[in-house]
Design a protein around this ligand. Structure first.
Ligand SMILES: Cc1cc2nc3c(=O)[nH]c(=O)nc-3n(C[C@H](O)[C@H](O)[C@H](O)COP(=O)(O)OP(=O)(O)OC[C@H]3O[C@@H](n4cnc5c(N)ncnc54)[C@H](O)[C@@H]3O)c2cc1C
Length: 691
């Protein structure tokens, strides 16, 4: 067993974690390291989309933009804090140019202007992109720089516990303090990190849903912080949309990816929809009984084709676009797959039955005409408008000219997460800095591209705060790595925090061993929870189902961690976790996160928040969505009172039971600080800006 002491540990090496490492180094902090499962893992380096977007302040042409105007666009859908929105807007140019200066190829014109385009929920042209793999380009540029600066990175280590100490209660909220982390390396060796600060950059809850466009290489670890007592905010506000998933067995793959998955996943946005492909569904075998199931819901074919076209630039499922809008298509796909158990495919080989250009709404027809794609057959239209969209699938061994593409409504992003203040500190765990997707800085919906910006801005803010605290309270020491025996002989193990961490390793080993002795099959448990989470906490949510799923989730936790065979493993320096025990601990934190998510979704339902963002609240008091849907699919309208509120929750485990406490709080408005230059300068010099 190794014991490492670092004042600050950055956990995770996605776009957010890498940026935090670079910024800590740039701010002069030396006593820190990065701990990660792998530089090639996580969402940022493995995900992409048609034109993967980065959102920042407008930097081109004569259109005026300002941090405040940009912050206002973050607030339109509700549930977002104004101070976080202002910081993300104001810091976006700095974070963006940091990336551009590291060599991320964001396009600019002959005069150095970074042109932009409009993205979802964006009134101005603030979005930019460097192609389908913007976040991968960001990671690669930052990894090069991390290596160039010789920053300490411990790869192949999976954190299985964030350890905190209880400090007391403040206004009914339990306060805690970071003590360190426990990780297990690829050989099963436990590693204890004693740290005052953890920059928690573990990404979104990618492993929670079965139907998901998160890359396979990303599971996420928000459960570690939740189990350690960190407060969450807006957990139910996720983002879902239509995406393909292609089994790669027996396919000839040309694509070069940092991590080769078993299944290639991709959002079918943009031109994939604008060419109006045929939607077919089949029995579970993927071939029998094919039918164009969307026709069942439409009397007017022009309306059907028009809504499919619109999905091109209205990608996320949006509760406001269900009645008469493009998100109705997602609901039909959801019903076909999740409720009827059929499989759905996009077929580009022939036009949908009854398709004609004349039947299309003007907007769609004119778009195709202007693009020179007013021609028969979706494949030919796609080839005309975006040949690289075809090439992308060919690289993964699938030819859209000869076979259909399987799709479903997939989980893609979590807008909620851990609750942070405007310096990206956890609101109730001292020393914890959640950044990136795990930080709940967005509201009900967010402008496309703002997730990548938020991760960079969070990293800037956390690093600046840690550097500031280190300068006012130096005490930096040389990082150390000792074995357990050395720690005892040097007296280090007498430090109560370190002996507590070592005891926690024994507890974790006991938890994993007990699960094994009780015959827990983590693969089966995981499969079950993913299927169930997709069914009850996806785009359609019923209070009744959430109530029973939420109780089942806490019951699962109790069963898996039950101490029916009490024993405590005694550990020595040579103790190793085997691969199954390591995975068991990884999925345990997911189960914890899932129990908290379902509880929060149930509270939304019980509070009658209604349909908003990427989910529809199903209730007998709701409106009929379509006569063709089951009678109980009635959508409750959004209650606007909740737009200016956020659901904050924290949990604790008592006698094996997960207890969740939750409260609605008013969201913070956009601040209107004094911007008189001399005063800002004084506060900057005095360090008042860090308080
Ligand atoms: C298909 C798709 C398309 C998207 N398109 C866009 C877009 O166009 N614009 C946009 O803004 N956003 C987009 N997003 C969202 C965005 O990509 C993510 O929110 C962002 O990349 C998350 O970055 P991150 O650094 O927070 O986490 P990640 O990149 O997921 O990194 C997490 C890191 O933590 C490590 N880690 C996790 N748990 C542990 C543990 N227990 N121990 C050790 N290491 C651990 C992981 O290995 C990884 O290194 C998209 C997402 C998807 C899935």
């Amino acid at each position: 067993m190794r014991i490492r002491t670092y004042r600050t540990v950055v956990l995770g090496s996605g776009a957010a974690g890498l940026c935090a490492a670079l910024r800590l180094d740039a701010e002069g902090v030396k006593d820190f390291c990065v701990v990660t499962e792998g530089l090639n893992l996580g969402t940022s380096i493995n995900a992409g989309s048609d034109k993967q977007t980065y959102y920042k302040l407008g930097l081109c042409g004569s259109a005026l933009d300002s941090p405040r105007a940009m912050a206002e666009s973050y607030l339109t859908a509700g549930g977002a804090d104004g101070d976080l929105a202002l910081v993300e807007s104001a810091t976006s140019p700095r974070a963006f140019f940091h990336l551009a200066n590291l060599g991320v190829p964001f396009p600019y014109d002959a005069y150095g202007q970074y042109a932009g385009y409009k993205t979802d929920h964006d009134p101005a042209k603030r979005a930019t992109s460097c192609g389908p793999y913007t976040s991968r380009e960001m990671c690669r540029a930052m990894i090069r720089e991390v290596e160039r600066r010789n920053i300490a990175v411990f790869e192949g280590e999976l954190a299985v516990e964030l350890t905190t100490r209880y400090l007391g209660e403040e206004n009914g909220v339990p306060k805690r303090k970071v003590v360190g982390l426990i990780a297990i390396d690829a050989k099963g060796e436990p590693i204890v990190y004693r740290a005052e600060n953890v920059v928690f950059a573990v990404g979104g809850p990618g492993g929670l849903y079965k139907t998901s466009v998160y890359p396979e290489a990303h599971v996420g670890s928000i459960g570690l912080a939740i189990e350690a007592g960190a407060a969450t905010k807006g957990l139910p506000d996720g983002q879902f949309g239509l995406a393909s998933f292609t089994d790669l067995a027996n396919r000839k793959i040309k694509a070069s990816a940092p991590f080769v998955p078993k299944e290639f996943r991709w959002n079918v946005s943009g031109t994939y929809m604008q060419v109006v492909p045929k939607f077919i569904s089949t029995d579970a075998d993927g071939v029998s009984n094919p039918r164009e199931f969307l026709r069942e819901y439409f009397d007017d074919l022009g309306d059907l084709f028009g809504r499919v076209f619109l999905k091109g630039y209205q990608w996320p499922f949006d509760a406001r676009k269900v009645f008469g809008g493009s998100s109705f298509i997602d609901l039909c796909v959801f019903r076909e797959t999740t409720v009827r158990g059929r499989r759905v495919f996009l077929d580009y080989r022939a036009d949908p039955e009854g398709f004609s250009l004349d039947a299309l709404p003007d907007e769609a027809r004119e778009y195709l005409e202007k693009s020179g794609a007013a021609i028969p057959v979706p494949f030919a239209r796609l080839q005309k408008m975006n040949p690289s969209a075809i090439e992308l699938y060919r690289d993964w061994g699938l030819d859209l000219a000869t076979e259909p593409l399987e799709i479903a409504v997939c989980a893609q992003h979590c807008n909620g997460g851990l609750d942070v203040d405007c310096r990206w500190r956890s609101v109730n765990v001292e020393g914890l800095y959640p950044i990136g997707e795990v930080a709940g800085t967005h509201g009900v919906a967010r402008p496309g591209g703002s997730a990548l910006n938020a991760g960079q801005v969070g990293a800037f803010r956390a690093a600046a705060q840690i550097a500031r605290e280190a300068s006012t309270n130096p005490g930096e020491s040389e990082p150390t790595t000792l074995s357990l025996d050395e720690a005892y002989s040097s007296g280090l193990a007498k430090d109560p925090e370190i002996s507590n961490l070592v005891r926690r390793v024994a507890k974790l080993a006991t938890r994993a061993r007990r699960a094994r002795l009780a015959g827990v099959d983590w693969r089966r448990e995981l499969e079950e929870i993913r299927t169930e989470t997709t069914r009850v906490a996806g785009i359609l949510r019923s209070g009744k189902e959430l109530a029973s799923a939420s109780s089942a989730a806490t019951e699962q936790w109790r069963r898996l961690t039950s101490e029916s065979e009490p024993f405590e493993l005694a550990l020595d320096d040579g103790y190793r976790f085997d691969a199954d025990e390591r995975e068991t601990l990884r999925v345990f934190q997911l189960f914890y996160a899932r129990a908290t998510l379902l509880r929060a979704c149930w509270i939304y339902s019980a509070s009658k928040v209604g349909s908003r963002g990427s989910s529809l609240a199903i209730s007998p008091e709701g409106r009929t969505i379509s006569e063709k849907f089951p009678e109980d699919w009635r959508a409750l309208d959004e209650d606007p009172k909740y737009r200016d509120m956020a659901l904050c929750a924290w949990t604790r485990t008592v006698d094996g039971e997960i207890e969740t406490e939750a409260r609605w709080r008013a969201t913070r408005p956009i601040p209107e600080p004094d911007d008189w230059f001399e005063n800002v300068w004084r506060d900057f010099r005095d360090g008042t800006i860090y308080r």
